[in-house]
Design a protein around this ligand. Structure first.
Ligand SMILES: [Zn+2]
Ligand SMILES: [Zn+2]
Length: 321
C-alpha cells in the first residue's frame, strides 16, 4: 500500500505569502558563506543542511490523501484543494490519460476544506472513467451536486457539461460492515466533530492505515470497547488531526479538533506504529508546525515511549507500507 499526501492543511487553503518567501530568502542569505558556493558539491551540502521550514514547505492545500493498494486501485480520502494537485499528477501517469479508470472517493464530512477540490477533479469530466463516491451521509449525491450549482460554480456537477464519468454514490450505513476494493478492505467509524465526521481504516496485505481527520478526541476514544479496538489498535500508520497546541485546544473546546499532545497519547494508547500529524492549523507557519512535531516527539518520550514514530504530514510526502 502506498499513501500519498496531496493536501494536509486544515480549515482553508494556506499559500505562502510574499513576506514569508522574502523571509526565507533572507534566512538563507544569512546562513550562507563563500565556502558554500565553491562547487556544486558544497552548494548541494549547504542546501541539504537548511532546516525543512526554510528549504521546503508543509504545503497549503487542504485535506486529500491518496492510497494505492496492492491491486493498484486509486482510493482517495477527501476532496480538499489537494485533490486538484492529485488530478494534475494523474494526467502525467502512464496509462491514465487513456481513461477507463475507476476512482474511489471517500468523504469524512462535507466542510469546505474536504470538498473544495472536487470541481477541479478533471478525471470526473471524462466519460471513459468511473467515480465511486462514499459517505455515511445518505444525502451524499445532493450535497455534492448542490455545491457545484450556480452561483457557486460555473459548471454543474450533474447535467450537460458536468461530470461525464459514470458515477455511483454509496451510502455507508452500517459501521459493522466494510467495503472491499480490490486487495483492500475499508472500514469506517464515527468521530467527534461539529456536524459529524467519519474516520476510515484501510487494510491491505496485512497492513493497516487509519485516516482520522477533524477529530476532537474525548475519553470515549480511549476506551477499550470492541469497536474501538477493532478500528484503532495496532495501526501501521495513523493520519490524525493534531491541529492545535494544548492551550489553543482548551480555548477552542467544541471546535472539533485535537491538540498534538492528546494525539500522541491516543497513538500510544492504541499501539500505533507511525503517527502522522495532520490537518495543520492555517494560522501556524511551517516553522511552528515543525516545532510542534519536535514537541510531540519530546512528549512521546515523556509519556513513556520511543517505540512509535511521529512525523509531520506534508504535501508531496509518500509512505510505502
Ligand atoms: Zn477540516
Ligand atoms: Zn470539519
Amino acid at each position: 500500500m502506498k499513501i500519498h499526501f496531496w493536501g494536509v492543511r486544515g480549515s482553508i487553503p494556506t499559500p505562502l505569502s510574499p513576506l514569508q518567501i522574502q523571509n526565507r530568502i533572507a534566512a538563507v542569505v544569512q546562513r550562507i558563506s563563500p565556502r558554500d558556493l565553491e562547487s556544486a558539491d558544497t552548494r548541494e551540502r549547504f542546501l541539504s543542511s537548511l532546516p525543512e521550514w526554510i528549504f521546503g514547505t508543509i504545503g497549503g492545500n487542504t485535506s486529500c490523501l491518496e492510497v494505492e493498494n496492492h491491486s493498484l486501485d486509486t482510493i482517495i480520502f477527501d476532496a480538499g484543494s489537494g485533490l486538484r494537485e492529485l488530478s494534475l499528477n494523474l494526467r502525467e501517469r502512464p496509462g491514465f490519460s487513456s481513461g477507463g479508470v475507476t476512482y474511489h472517493i471517500f468523504f469524512s464530512h462535507f466542510h469546505w476544506d474536504h470538498l473544495q477540490g472536487l470541481p477541479f477533479f478533471s478525471q470526473a469530466f471524462d466519460p471513459r472513467n468511473r467515480i465511486v463516491f462514499y459517505s455515511t451521509d445518505p444525502d451524499l449525491q445532493r450535497i455534492l451536486n448542490d455545491q457545484m450549482k450556480s452561483p457557486y460554480f460555473p459548471v454543474p456537477m450533474l447535467g450537460p457539461g458536468g461530470f461525464n464519468a459514470k458515477m455511483e454514490f454509496i451510502h455507508l450505513n452500517n459501521p459493522s460492515k466494510s467495503v472491499k476494493i480490490g486487495s483492500s478492505i475499508v472500514h469506517w467509524h464515527t468521530v467527534n466533530h461539529p456536524g459529524g465526521c467519519t474516520a476510515f481504516m484501510i487494510e491491505d496485505q496485512g497492513k493497516k492505515c487509519i485516516y482520522s481527520t477533524d477529530t476532537e478526541l474525548s475519553r470515549e476514544d480511549f476506551l477499550e470497547t470492541e469497536e474501538n479496538s477493532r478500528f484503532f489498535s495496532d495501526a501501521d500508520v495513523l493520519v490524525m488531526d493534531s491541529q492545535y497546541t494544548m492551550d489553543e485546544a482548551l480555548e477552542k473546546t467544541g471546535w472539533g479538533h485535537s491538540s498534538f499532545s492528546l494525539t500522541v497519547d491516543f497513538a500510544l494508547n492504541w499501539g500505533v506504529k507511525k503517527l502522522m500529524l495532520f490537518h495543520h492549523e492555517p494560522t501556524y507557519t511551517d516553522r511552528k508546525i515543525y516545532s510542534l512535531c519536535q514537541s510531540a516527539q519530546w512528549y512521546r518520550e515523556y509519556a513513556g515511549s520511543r517505540h512509535f514514530e511521529i512525523q509531520i504530514a506534508r504535501e508531496g510526502l509518500e509512505i510505502q507500507l
